[in-house]
Design a protein around this ligand. Structure first.
Ligand code: ADP
Ligand code: ASP
Ligand code: MG
Length: 268
């Protein structure tokens, strides 16, 4: 794959586009993968330096207020470099597990629609907090829940598939300098009830959003500094991969490497 440098930014232009991002990371939140929404698509080369980016931050990166401030600072850097930015966040680390546990404790055979109502709340907290942190840092930002965009899904509660995302309003706002802060993991079903996309589903939200707003890049920030041959927290001898193809990443994800959710790789 080729990397073309424009004035202030790097743009990935060719397939395979899932590759290590060389941009500077922040503590406990480093980009592990960059995905172009249109594999094989060549960008027009005479384009302004501005790049449209979706930045996704996982649970560890928003686990407390200091980390949320760090995320805001990282987003601010991209905005001040002249880029249009939308952000996708997960719930605070551990929050979703707690919500799932409460549903199971009340009833092992609970209503999947109500499960989604409960577990989708983790992301509502973090979008609001990050929007506040961005505003406090002088950046125009606004939070979006899945239904507000809307992110339309099927009715498979607990593991819904994304069917369509209305991107026009978000694009307009990004063009006017506002940063949309979008709840990962959430959508809205055919009957207008809240759905969730399966565990780890914020990765999918980010990739799907990147396609919907025609972003040049989707950067996934997490708590490891790259994709490894196996889970580096379990196997100390795991090797960091400089690059990985879609097919290899899909294989890793589908045997359980949760660093990227399987469906997000398929969609990318
Ligand atoms: P996030 O909350 O950012 O989505 P996750 O916990 O879902 O983060 O995924 C990151 C974790 O994935 C890492 O902490 C690591 O333990 C695990 N992991 C599993 N397999 C791999 C792998 N092959 N490469 C890197 N990380 C991996
Ligand atoms: N918060 C959700 C989960 O823990 C979604 C995500 O983190 O991607 O599964
Ligand atoms: Mg994850």
């Amino acid at each position: 794959a080729r990397t073309v440098s424009f004035t202030a930014v790097r743009c990935r232009t060719t397939h395979p586009a899932l590759q290590r991002n060389t941009g500077a990371g922040i503590r406990a939140a480093r980009p592990v993968a960059t995905a172009s929404p249109e594999p094989g698509h060549e960008m027009v080369h005479f384009r302004p330096a501005m790049t449209r980016i979706v930045m996704k931050f996982g649970g560890t990166s928003v686990a407390d207020l200091d980390r949320i401030r760090n995320v805001a600072a990282r987003v601010k850097r991209e905005v001040e470099a002249g880029n249009e930015v939308a952000v996708v966040v997960s719930a605070m680390a551990g929050a979703t597990n707690q919500l799932v546990k409460w549903c199971q404790e009340l009833s092992p055979l609970h209503d999947a629609r109500e499960y989604d109502t409960v577990v989708a709340t983790g992301e509502q907290v973090t979008i609001g907090l990050l929007a506040i942190a961005l505003q406090a840092a002088g950046i125009d930002a606004r939070s979006w829940q899945g239904w507000q965009i809307p992110i339309r899904t099927d009715d498979a509660h607990g593991k819904a598939r994304v069917e369509a995302i209305e991107g026009a309003e978000l694009i307009r706002r990004m063009q006017s300098g506002q940063v949309p802060v979008v709840a990962g993991f959430q959508g809205i079903g055919p009957d207008n009830r809240v759905t969730t996309l399966g565990r780890g589903g914020s990765d999918l939200s980010a990739v799907a959003l990147a396609a919907a707003v025609r972003a040049e890049r989707c950067d996934i920030y997490t708590d490891v500094d790259g994709v490894y041959t196996t889970d580096p927290r379990i196997v100390p001898r795991a090797r960091k991969l400089e690059r990985i193809s879609y097919e290899e990443m899909l294989e890793l994800a589908s045997v359980g490497a949760k660093v990227l959710q399987t469906r997000s790789v398929e969609l990318a």
